[in-house]
Design a protein around this ligand. Structure first.
Ligand code: ATP
Ligand code: MG
Length: 654
């Protein structure tokens, strides 16, 4: 615990349990137990009230919730438009308030500040341009852009006319874009000429052209970002700025029935081939609005920064729709966190006086590894709230984030959710707490979670089981998988029947209310009859002084069924040797217990990771079992696979 802390700290099972102090409680939008109690009484009524309170509806709904499991609807018959809620309704009070602060990667280039009024005008013009190009409600538009303000304008313009957008991560190849364009049958691609990444010019148009060659694609709109040379194909390719120059700044928003589709987004592919998740309009925005307001406790004057790329769901909900729906000022950054050096992120926080910061454990571990000196060069005193998402966060990373970045002042909000859930579902609320390292927290008001064993019975207090949600299903939850209804039913509604949403994540109760998410179902192993999760063992291993990060996967074992095997990346000073292996094995035995003792430690240069920074354990599992390795299109560092194959002596099945 930091000295002189204003925190109320309690030590439970050797973990720190932090509670908000009086000042934090006072300023928070959500600061009373009553919120949970009220939601618990009648969940549908809770969301109904929240949808009315937070959003503008053109027409009220006739029914709040309707279920025909595994299908369900929210706000049936209600009419709403997302761009209207993110822009038009703010204009009377916030026309000149900054909506987006943009920091380009080159330090010599000036950033931009775009007000709600300016963003409104740009979105309306682009929406008109899309209509002029023949795009109608229900048509699909692929958006392949880096972190530039135009990416938000493009999403909002689609939502204004009811076109369904599919944003594809700009660091993906043209081939990966093509697969998504093909699956969603996009008529238009919105891209740019190029952008900066780690000081290098990336020619994005070249990549985009690979997908634009698909017969479904009729038009391509190109944002001029770099001014690099690109080939424009007559009749198909249009410059964004030239299109906008011709259009009027007013575009009548489409009245969308609440359950109509807003966007498609493909999952990160950690467990298999990416799935095209379908999100609706009114339910999604209701959850986006309230989770943004309550989780990050945004007030006027806050400068909010979510570092997620727009190509992930976190970018959609918390770097676009959520912050704009609540009328906040948010920052976006074009480039790499290590350019020109590892101080960049902290320099940006200092420069823009960021107060709320949302990032991922993989980034936190990287910054921690790079050393505190980069952090100390900058004043981070404006920060008052920190948050994380993406994977379980280990205790060391949590404490480093809390102490070194947050100065021991800022609560760390660990948010659990998925592409499928649209918004956060398990996390502490800043004015209520508690904040516990490695424990995501309480279920968001209005949602009902449980932890089941294999047979669908709630687990005993100390057991690891599988995280599920019960009806009424949260308004932000997915409505299907594009072109694959079978997969929708099979993936989410089969494990425990069509009335229970199966998350595919393992979890355990920390106490009666707080949940620790331990990772994927596949990452829960059974060692001599005991359930053990990868995250628990990895968490213990990162406390070992020689290890930067690790991945723990099960290996088949004749006697015990499965045994944990470790892939560890060592700190620069440490040496890969049998003594080090033994010391890690002993350390785990001491931290968790003898059953968790790893059977083997492989020392590796790097772990296989998805582009969103998640460890792809399925590759490691597959290698140990000499299985086929499967889809690798979302891998960030495919070169590491060969190195790993050699180390474990992988033999591909014939
Ligand atoms: P795919 O479904 O294609 O395998 P994916 O599950 O990695 O890909 P996402 O929807 O981006 O795609 O990730 C959601 C998953 O991330 C969750 O199911 C969970 O495993 C993990 N996760 C997210 N946030 C947290 C968190 N705060 N704590 C623990 N795990 C988290
Ligand atoms: Mg998933």
């Amino acid at each position: 615990m930091p000295k002189g802390s204003m925190w109320v700290v309690e030590d439970k099972k050797q973990k720190h349990v932090f509670w908000p102090n009086a000042q934090m409680k006072k300023r928070a939008w959500a600061n009373s137990e009553k919120i949970y109690a009220e939601a618990e009484k009648d969940r549908a009524a809770f969301w109904e009230k929240k949808a009315k309170e937070g959003l503008h509806w053109f027409k009220p709904w006739s029914k709040a919730y309707e279920e025909n499991a595994p299908y369900f609807k929210w706000f049936v018959g209600g009419e709403i438009n997302i761009s209207y809620n993110c822009l038009d309704r703010h204009l009377p009070a916030k026309k000149d308030k900054v909506a987006i602060l943009w920091e380009p990667e080159p330090t010599a280039e000036k950033g931009r500040a775009i007000t709600y009024g300016q963003l409104h005008e740009e979105v309306n013009k682009l929406a008109n341009a899309l209509r002029s190009l023949g795009i109608k409600k229900g048509d699909r538009v692929s958006i392949y852009l880096p972190m530039v303000p135009e990416v938000m304008a493009a999403m909002l313009a689609c939502s204004r006319i009811g076109a369904i957008h599919n944003v594809v991560f700009s660091a993906f190849s043209g081939e990966a874009l093509k697969a998504r364009v093909e699956d969603s049958e996009a008529k238009v691609i919105i891209t740019c000429d190029g952008y900066w990444r780690r000081g290098k010019e990336i020619n994005l148009k070249e990549q985009s052209d690979i997908a634009a060659a698909m017969p479904c694609v009729q038009k391509q709109i190109v944002v001029k970002r770099l001014g690099n040379k690109v080939n424009m194909q007559g009749g198909r390719d249009y410059w964004y700025h030239e299109l906008l120059a011709k259009e009027k700044p007013n575009c009548e928003p489409e009245r969308m029935e609440s359950n109509e589709t807003l966007f498609l987004l493909y999952t990160s592919g950690t467990t298999g081939k990416p799935k095209g998740i379908i999100h609706d309009t009114g339910g999604y925005l209701t959850q986006a609005y309230w989770t943004t307001l309550w989780d990050f406790d945004l007030h006027d004057g806050d400068i909010y920064w979510c570092t997620a790329d727009i190509g992930w769901v976190t970018g959609h909900t918390y770097a676009c729709y959520g912050p704009l729906a609540v009328g906040a000022t948010q920052l976006i950054y074009e480039g790499s966190p290590d350019f020109p050096d590892w101080g960049r992120i902290w320099g940006i926080i200092e420069k823009y006086k960021v107060s709320v910061f949302y990032t991922a454990p993989t980034a936190i571990r990287m910054w921690k590894k790079m050393g505190d000196d980069w952090v100390k060069k900058h004043g981070l005193g404006t920060l008052r709230l920190l948050a994380t998402v993406g994977e379980p966060i280990d205790e060391e990373a949590w404490m480093w984030y809390f102490n070194t970045i947050g100065g021991g002042r800022c609560p760390v909000i660990d948010t659990w959710w998925q592409t499928e859930t649209g918004g956060t579902l398990i996390n502490a609320l800043p004015g209520i707490g508690p904040f516990i390292p490695t424990v995501a927290g309480r279920v968001f008001p209005g949602a009902k979670a449980d932890i089941f064993d294999d047979r669908g019975k709630p687990v005993e207090a100390e057991d690891t089981g599988f995280l599920v949600f019960k009806p009424p299903f949260p308004p932000g939850l997915l409505r299907g998988i594009w072109n694959n209804d079978e997969k929708y039913v099979e993936t989410y509604w089969s494990e425990y029947g069509k009335n229970i949403y199966f998350t595919s994540d393992g979890a355990k109760w920390f106490d009666k209310e707080n949940i620790r998410v331990t990772g994927r179902v596949d990452d829960v192993m059974k060692v001599a009859g005991h359930r053990l999760s990868s995250a628990e063992v990895e968490d213990a291993i990162t406390l070992h002084s020689d290890v930067v990060e690790s991945a723990v996967v099960p290996m088949p074992d004749e006697i015990k069924g499965q045994v944990p095997v470790v892939f560890a990346v060592l700190k620069p000073h440490a040496k890969a040797c049998p003594e080090c292996e033994q010391s890690i094995i002993q350390h785990v035995g001491k931290q968790i217990g003898p059953t968790a003792r790893p059977a083997k430690v492989y020392f590796v240069d790097a772990l296989p990771k998805t582009r969103s920074g998640k460890i792809m354990r399925r590759f490691l599992r597959g290698m140990l079992a000499n299985e086929k390795l499967g889809d690798a299109t979302t891998l960030q560092n495919p070169e590491v696979v060969e190195h790993l194959k050699q180390i474990v002596g992988y033999k591909a099945p014939q």
